[in-house]
Design a protein around this ligand. Structure first.
Ligand code: AMP
Length: 309
């Protein structure tokens, strides 16, 4: 199997109640690729500018991520995002988004990237997501992420993009904005009416829900001792989730999807422990497996009947 991801490759500036970074490697495609690299070969498609350096490539190569389809736009500057987190870390405000090389991004995939088995369309213009989806005709399983910006300004294009994928991954606020439904399962079902057979609703520090036409399945966030920076948690979750499906031949049975929820949760829990990609860049497969086991332990119980009155 192989996984292709298209999305932002960024420099992020982040401020949290516990400190910050003025300029660090980020971007949805980067966080996704590092997380998914534990499960399969991953190819990243996205643009960077002259300022994107060897140190940044080294982080990706350190996890075996294939960077051949990272397009270096000569004379351009890499996408830049600046955000600040509120005291409870579950809310964040975007202070700056400089699209830079993203402004004119027109993804052209190499033959190897087009031949992927599993495709992840990270949060970019829905029209571009659709364009990439059509270039990857062979892909067995395709997942898509989006954000409030596109729901607000490119709703019809997003509906079109969603109609051509198997799985949509959004947070609860995005589902509500898109569908008007406040309840997770009802909102997820409204989105599935547009075509996808699987929906994942991310609930921030409360975990995530998996919704299919027949079923729903819920996992809490893994309880870490200290959250340093939630940036990229959603994309790391997606990397673990989609990566796990890829590791199972891109065949999303009910059991595989549940397991994928656990792997996504485990990888995301490491991501938030340090700034940006710092923790996941030196994560090990053993550490991920440990948290998946622990997650099972802290969520399973024996539902024996109790005499009730
Ligand atoms: P997450 O915390 O998982 O929602 O993802 C955060 C990442 O998304 C950061 O590393 C940003 O560089 C990237 N990002 C923020 N805004 C945008 C945007 N408008 N388009 C694409 N990527 C973005």
């Amino acid at each position: 199997m192989s996984v292709t991801v298209v999305g932002s490759i960024a420099y992020d500036a982040v401020q949290t109640p516990h400190g910050g970074r003025e300029r660090m490697l980020g971007g949805a495609a980067v966080h996704f690729a590092l997380a998914a690299s534990f499960f399969d070969e991953v190819r990243v498609v996205g643009p960077v500018g002259d300022d994107f350096g060897e140190d940044e490539y080294a982080v990706l190569h350190g996890r075996g991520v294939v960077t051949d389809d990272i397009e270096h736009v000569v004379g351009g500057k890499t996408f830049f995002w600046k955000g600040v987190y509120g005291q409870n870390m579950n809310s964040r405000e975007t202070l700056e988004t400089d699209l830079n090389v993203f402004e004119t991004f027109d993804p052209k995939l190499s033959e190897a990237s087009k031949q992927c088995d599993v495709l992840f369309l990270a949060n970019i213009l829905p029209g571009l997501q659709r364009n990439v989806r059509r270039q990857c005709e062979r892909a067995k399983w395709v997942a898509l992420d989006s954000m409030d910006l596109w729901i607000n300004i490119a709703r019809e294009a997003l509906i079109d993009a969603i109609s051509e994928v198997d799985c949509v991954i959004l947070n609860d606020a995005e589902v509500e904005l898109f569908t008007g439904e406040r309840e997770v399962v009802a909102g997820a079902r409204r989105i599935m009416e547009r075509g996808p057979s699987t929906m994942v609703v991310k609930l921030g520090k409360y975990g995530a829900a998996l919704v299919t036409p027949e079923d729903s399945f819920w996992v809490p966030a893994f309880p870490v001792d200290f959250v340093t920076d939630p940036t990229g948690a959603g994309d790391s979750f997606a990397g673990g989730f989609v990566g796990c499906v890829a590791a199972h031949g891109g065949d999303p049975t009910a059991e595989v999807l549940r397991l994928a929820m656990a792997y996504g949760t485990a990888v995301a829990s490491y991501n938030v422990e340090e700034f940006g990609t710092e923790r996941v860049a030196r994560l090990t497969g053993e550490e991920i497996a440990e948290r998946v086991e622990e997650l099972q332990r802290i969520t399973s119980f024996d539902a024996r009947p109790v005499a009730l009155r």
